[in-house]
Design a binder for this molecule. Structure first.
Ligand code: GDD
Length: 331
């Protein structure tokens, strides 16, 4: 039975990856923070399944900024594969809390690399890097050779972590891969990320639970894909014969406004009556022209994103409509 360890297991990607790895016959171990609440987490269905939790899925308390706890888990679990997904992942918030963002995302990854370097048994590491490393790129679309030019603390922390991983791969021969992940969304996306915020608001407004939707820059553009496609990419990266970096992206760019129009169209409302701009959600700097070229992942891993942008936004809005109809906001 292969054994995987996931940091950030309670997040969107961690929960889908857990399901995928269990399906593939892995025992899955997750690192959770003491402050995480598992009761209502995205792992709820697995955590409460006695055939899974404690048999094939195991959770361990540890903190990325407390190396002793993490080292202990790593030695105890002795995983074959590690998926490092944890970190402060909100770009806007990283301007408010740059030090803790770097502590978790940059130094947390370096600490993990240091621990892996000391392990007796070889382990394969996947690091969830981000398109935010490109910031203001000189090349469009971006691929594995595009120079990093981050423009926010989060992107800078991810750039540090990604560079360190390459250094450890070269210097110490670690089997370690950066997945340079462009935005990826799903019905499990956190509610403070823009796609989920919009889809949930369109559903709540439709049900009479919310009056309006306040957004920042609706002209901002991103390359948005489906998280379920992207976690398949993570797994494929670690099954490849050689440790390499891969860009995961759709190669299509859409605006926040496109998300608004599609989600309000899904619930049959005119967005003009409900959406307003709010300075509080504007960022000090916005990346430009972030579009990924995933040709390498397609060629070497046979990775192909399956869901279209329109399908994704419609599914997210419809799922929120069902969820809210059953359980109104924070109910
Ligand atoms: N969150 C948010 N809220 N974003 C808004 C809003 C709003 O009200 N209004 C406009 N936006 C714009 C942001 O300014 C940004 O340009 C865009 O919507 C997307 O914002 P997010 O959904 O917060 O995602 P992100 O692109 O900053 O970062 C996400 O993707 C990265 C790349 O994959 C995160 O998941 C990162 O962790 C990830 O690395």
């Amino acid at each position: 039975m292969p054994r995987a360890l996931i940091t950030g297991i309670t997040g969107q990607d961690g929960s889908y990856l857990t399901e995928l790895l269990l399906e593939q016959g892995y025992d899955v171990h997750g690192v959770v923070r003491r402050t995480s609440s598992l009761g209502r987490s995205r792992l709820d269905h697995l955590y409460n399944d006695p055939a899974v939790y404690g048999r094939r899925l195991f959770l361990h308390y540890a903190e990325l900024d407390d190396p002793t706890t993490l080292r202990r888990v790593l030695v105890k679990v002795a995983p074959d594969e590690i998926y490092h997904l944890a970190g402060q992942s909100h770009v806007g918030l990283s301007f408010e809390i740059p030090e803790s963002t770097c502590e978790m995302t940059a130094m947390g990854t370096l600490r993990l690399l240091e621990m892996i370097r000391d392990l007796k048994n070889p382990v394969r590491l996947f690091h969830a890097s981000s398109s935010e490393v490109f910031g203001e790129p000189s090349i469009v679309p971006q691929d594995e050779n595009t120079p990093f030019a981050p423009i926010n603390p989060y992107g800078c922390a991810k750039a540090f972590a990604s560079h360190m991983l390459v250094i450890y791969r070269r210097t110490f021969g670690l089997f370690a891969c950066n997945g340079i992940m462009f935005n990826h969304e799903s019905p499990r996306r956190g509610e403070n990320f823009v796609t989920r915020k919009i889809c949930r608001a369109a559903a709540a407004i439709k049900l009479g639970l919310q009056k309006e939707l306040a957004l920042g820059d609706t002209t901002a553009r991103r390359d948005w894909g489906d998280a379920r496609d992207y976690i398949r990419g993570m797994w494929l990266a670690l099954q490849h014969a050689k440790p390499e970096d891969f860009v995961f992206a759709t190669g299509e760019s859409h605006s926040v406004q496109d998300v608004v129009e599609l989600s309000f169209q899904t619930v049959g409302l005119d967005w003009r009556q409900f959406v307003k701009q709010d300075q509080r959600f504007m960022r000090p700097a916005e990346p430009h022209r972030l579009i990924g070229n995933a040709a390498k992942a397609k060629r070497l891993l046979s990775w192909v994103p399956k869901t279209t942008f329109a399908q994704l936004i419609a599914e997210m809005t419809e799922t929120d409509l069902e969820l809210l109809a059953r359980k109104p906001l924070d109910g």
